[in-house]
Design a protein around this ligand. Structure first.
Ligand code: G6P
Length: 369
């Protein structure tokens, strides 16, 4: 067991630290900077289906569903294709409207989730083209889909998904970029810039892993919280959801993720001096709006832990703690903002003496309904 954990105390920590390599493995051979193109035969062979699709429907569960939400922002922004993201468990039972002009993307780490598998079968029976994004090679979902791409993250043992999430986002980014280039939504120089920035991501994740002690100090301050709120906007709204999920899964602290602007329609009522609020406030997307959300929290005495871009000035002045991420394009920030939130949940759970790798009541793969 100790050998398998590669010197780390838990599989989860090992897997968090594997992300620079996992992300590189995911785009290796697919992202070709010198040729300035993305090579994915599973997309090239089905390009007409993607480009002529009325819409893309993404189906998944749990953390994979959060990756799907990031995918929605990526596909719509980069390729201008309408996207809907559905919980597989809801989709399969609500008599969904699907035609042979729809492309369905099913995302699953294990490739064995019962609801996702059933949703795929339903979509296929209605004539949709179904594409899978799986981690486990040869899994049921990989076999059941018409085509697909593996994430190549390597085995994920910790029940709380970490590297599967960032590599799913990596695959979705590659597809979005490829489709955006193919249908002309992305100008050649924009495409090139994204490829260059993507190449920096593994090293930037590495940098974030090096500030682990800072994150640990923050974890020590908030480990006894009873409730936490996670806020983000745009590309980082799904990261807020995932941050909250990670915390509740392994530390059993109640946490909610919310789009920052929705805070005023409910969660704001919960804010007092006992409420830690994790806010993602990167420098490009809606920065000023998030700053004003942070001010609203401050004026209600909430504790603010902000994930900001390095060099940030404004948020630093108001937040109780800041965690800096390296600069990148807004669309790529989820690959970075996720990292400190994973570490934070990990440290809190360890400090509370919880079973990090096998939290109570949860399973790595839910193969029954
Ligand atoms: C379980 C796991 C989660 C995972 C979800 C979906 O709930 O504990 O980590 O995100 O299933 O699993 P999948 O294998 O389909 O991605």
């Amino acid at each position: 067991d100790q050998i398998e954990k590669g010197g780390y105390d838990h599989f989860m920590l090992k897997e968090i630290h594997e992300q620079p390599k996992a992300i590189t493995d995911t785009y290796r051979g697919r992202m070709l900077p010198i040729e300035n193109r993305i090579k994915m035969s599973s997309i090239e062979d089905n390009l007409d289906k993607f480009l002529n699709a009325n819409r893309i429907i993404i189906i998944a569960c749990g953390t994979s569903w959060h990756a799907g939400l990031v995918g929605e922002y990526l596909f719509e922004d980069m390729a201008r294709i309408p996207v809907e993201v559905e919980y597989a468990s809801e989709f399969r039972y609500r008599n969904p409207i699907i035609t042979n002009k729809d492309v369905v993307i099913a995302i699953s780490q294990s490739g064995e989730t019962a609801d996702t598998l059933a949703a795929i079968k339903l979509a296929k029976s209605k004539g949709a083209f179904v594409y899978g994004v799986c981690n486990v090679v040869g899994s049921s979902i990989a076999r059941e889909t018409h085509s697909g791409a593996y994430t190549h993250a390597g085995p994920e043992i910790g029940v709380a998904s970490t590297k599967a999430f960032t590599t799913q986002i990596t695959v979705l980014t590659l597809i979005a970029l490829k489709l955006g280039k193919a249908n002309g939504s992305l100008a050649p120089h924009t495409f090139k810039n994204y490829i260059q920035k993507m190449q920096l991501i593994p090293r930037q994740v590495e940098e974030l892993l090096n500030i682990d002690n800072h994150v640990k100090e923050i974890a020590a301050v908030y480990k006894d919280a009873k409730n936490c709120l996670y806020l983000g906007r745009g590309f980082n709204f799904p990261v807020a959801l995932e941050g909250a999920l990670k915390l509740k899964e392994i530390s059993y602290i109640h946490a909610e993720g919310y789009p920052a602007a929705e805070m005023k329609h409910g969660p704001i009522a919960l804010i007092d001096e006992n409420m830690p609020i994790f806010v993602i406030a990167t420098n490009k997307g809606h920065y000023e709006k998030v700053v004003s959300n942070i001010q609203e929290i401050k004026s209600r005495a909430g504790k603010i832990i902000a994930v900001v871009t390095e060099g940030d000035v404004q948020v630093k002045e108001i937040a109780d703690h800041v965690i800096e991420i390296p600069d990148t394009e807004e669309a790529l920030t989820p690959l970075l903002t996720t990292i400190p939130l994973q570490l934070l949940s990990y440290h809190i759970a360890v400090m509370l003496g919880k079973n990090v790798d096998q939290p109570r009541n949860l399973a790595k793969s839910v193969t029954v309904e």
